[in-house]
Design a protein. Structure first.
Length: 365
């Protein structure tokens, strides 16, 4: 507590710090709420940034500053409240957007947004709709953002980069596991060309690069007490990428009827009603600015991101489990198989997914 008080004193806070308490929901960072004594003064969120994942925190915070400033202009133009509808980064006393402590840890502070509702899981089409609307609105407000962002996670969702890693790991076979997963390797190889053809459209600009969130879980969206989307938070992973990556990754996690590492493959499938709900919400905000190719490839992006995840889990298994934390020797293989089941469920329902996108786009025109 004393240490945290010391750290918080490095930031330009208003009011007197009364308490600093851990907030338990996030996976990546350590998050604390700072309460101030005076009722009229704001409260704050203090975070220790995970420097294993984010190797360039100063660049990350600068990305967040640029994006939130743009969002605030948009909120003001629409007559909204820029302190509630966008994150506010609080600088340190020296003007930097972070504080680096004696042990080399990075800390950052933002304004605590009061009176909000959050959800840990979107298990109904109605909530999926709200989740899609939240990310769609975020992307829409940033669709005219043109400043370059620093690429703080190089190779993210870039399948060409993943294949390079994949080919290297298979050539080495460091854990001697390759022979036992010949069938699973076949799943990856038989779709390699299809996935590269999509990524070429991103590389040649047919599918444009825009600001994307890259952690589209519903608990990264704050809602107001009436249940309307208020603010998208957790901006550590904002990147220049294709909007389809956000959409596809949301579909990979929202629509799965089972667990990411389900042992029972019968549990795993894609829920088309959730797909429709999210797509409806997403397109209600994005149909106006997405180009024809982006719309054409929306349904495909769900398969693309799920495929990438099969590849990454399987690659980590073959590599001897270096990247993902595992609970058992076969954990990564279990994950790869469960994600592959989800992929095949998407493939089986692909024509319906495409039809839903078409219908929902038509409604917006
Ligand atoms: N500015 C904020 N206002 C209110 N609550 C917040 C704010 N920032 C974060 N939170 C809460 O803290 C949780 C964890 O923060 P988040 O930035 O998402 O960290 P992580 O990267 O660990 O997921 C969020 O899910 C949300 O409940
Ligand atoms: Mg979060």
């Amino acid at each position: 507590m004393e240490k945290l008080k010391g750290i918080s004193s490095r930031f330009q806070l208003q009011g007197t710090v009364e308490s600093i308490k851990p907030l338990g929901e996030g996976f990546i960072n350590d998050t604390f709420t700072i309460r101030t004594t005076e009722p009229e003064m704001p409260d704050y969120i203090l975070q220790r940034k995970n420097k294993n994942i984010f190797t360039n925190v100063p660049a990350m915070m600068e990305n967040i500053r640029q994006v939130t400033e743009h969002l605030k202009k948009k909120v003001v133009a629409a007559g909204g409240d820029p302190m509630r509808e966008a994150l506010t980064v609080i600088p340190a006393a020296d003007g930097k957007l972070y504080h680096r402590d004696e042990s080399g840890e990075y800390w950052a502070v933002c304004l605590f947004i009061k009176d909000t509702v959050d959800y840990q899981k979107a298990d109904t089409p109605e909530l999926a709709y709200q989740g899609g609307k939240g990310i769609g609105k975020f992307q829409s407000m940033l669709s005219d953002f043109t400043e370059p962002l620093t690429d703080i996670l190089p190779g993210f969702h870039n399948i060409r980069f993943r294949f390079k890693q994949w080919d290297e790991v298979l050539a080495k076979d460091p854990a001697g596991r390759k022979a036992s997963v010949a069938e699973e390797i076949g799943w990856i190889e038989s779709r390699r060309e299809e996935m590269l053809r999509f990524w070429e459209l991103v590389e040649n600009g047919t599918i444009p690069t825009r600001v994307t969130h890259n952690d589209t879980k519903i608990n990264n969206i704050l809602f107001d007490k009436q249940g309307n989307v208020l603010c998208v938070i957790d901006l550590d992973t904002v990147l220049s990428s294709t909007c389809l990556n956000d959409y596809g990754d949301a579909m990979r996690s929202y629509t799965n009827t089972g667990l990411e590492d389900d042992e029972n493959l019968d549990n795993v499938s894609m829920n088309l009603a959730i797909f429709r709900g999210y797509t409806q919400g997403y397109l209600s905000e994005t149909a106006q600015f997405l180009n024809e190719k982006e719309i054409e490839y929306l349904a495909f992006s769900a398969k693309y991101i799920t495929y990438e995840q099969v590849l990454r889990f399987l690659m980590d298994y073959i590599d001897g489990d270096h990247y993902y934390k595992v609970k058992s020797e076969r954990h990564n293989l279990t994950r790869a198989r469960a994600q592959y089941k989800l992929l095949t469920s998407m493939e089986a329902q692909y024509e319906q997914m495409r039809a839903i996108v078409k219908e929902e786009v038509a409604k917006q025109k």
